[in-house]
Design a protein around this ligand. Structure first.
Ligand code: ATP
Ligand code: MG
Length: 133
C-alpha cells in the first residue's frame, strides 16, 4: 500500500463524492476510461448500500503495489445490521428494499476480486480490488 483515502458516508451526496474520488484516483493510476467507470460504479454501489442499509459507514480507497503490478482496493465498511445470508444477497435480483438487486453481483462482475465479511447485528465489510494490466 502506498496511499489511501477515507470518505465518510452519512448523507446521499457522499456517494457522489466517493464515486468521483475513486474515478480520479483510478485515472491517476493509469486505468483505462472503461476501468475508471467500472471502479467508480462499484464504489457508488457499495456507498449507496451503506447509506441505504446501514445509514453511515466508510469507503476507503487504497493504492496497491504487489510484485510487479498496481491496483486499487476499495473497502466499504459499516456497523449496520449486517447481511444475514450473503449467498442470497449475491443473487441477481435479490433486494430487501425493492431495488434491482444488482448492486453487489454487478460490482463483483466489474471488479477482479470481491469479498464480503458480515455479521448480523455487527456490520459489513466488503473488500474489492481491481488490478492494472
Ligand atoms: N451494507 C449492507 N448492510 C446490510 N445489508 C446490505 C448491505 N449491502 C447490501 N445489503 C443487502 O443485500 C441486498 C442486495 O444488495 P444489492 O446492492 O445487490 O441490491 P439492492 O441494494 O437491493 O438493489 P440495487 O443495488 O440494485 O439498487 C440488499 O437488498 C440488502 O438486503
Ligand atoms: Mg445496492
Amino acid at each position: 500500500m502506498v496511499n489511501s483515502i477515507t470518505i465518510e458516508i452519512s448523507e446521499e451526496g457522499d456517494i457522489v463524492v466517493a464515486r468521483q474520488k475513486g474515478r480520479s484516483i483510478a485515472k491517476n493510476l493509469g486505468f483505462s476510461v472503461v476501468d475508471q467507470c467500472r471502479i467508480a460504479t462499484g464504489i457508488s454501489e457499495l456507498a449507496r448500500n451503506i447509506f441505504l442499509y446501514a445509514s453511515t459507514g466508510l469507503i476507503m480507497i487504497l493504492t496497491l503495489i504487489e510484485n510487479n503490478r498496481m491496483g486499487l482496493e476499495i473497502i466499504a465498511k459499516d456497523m449496520g445490521p449486517g447481511i444475514p445470508d450473503i449467498k442470497l444477497a449475491m443473487l441477481d435480483g435479490y433486494s430487501t428494499s425493492n431495488g434491482l438487486g444488482m448492486g453487489l453481483p454487478g460490482t463483483k462482475r466489474l471488479m477482479d476480486e470481491f469479498e464480503i465479511i458480515s455479521e448480523t447485528g455487527a456490520g459489513t465489510e466488503i473488500i474489492v480490488r481491481k488490478w492494472l494490466n
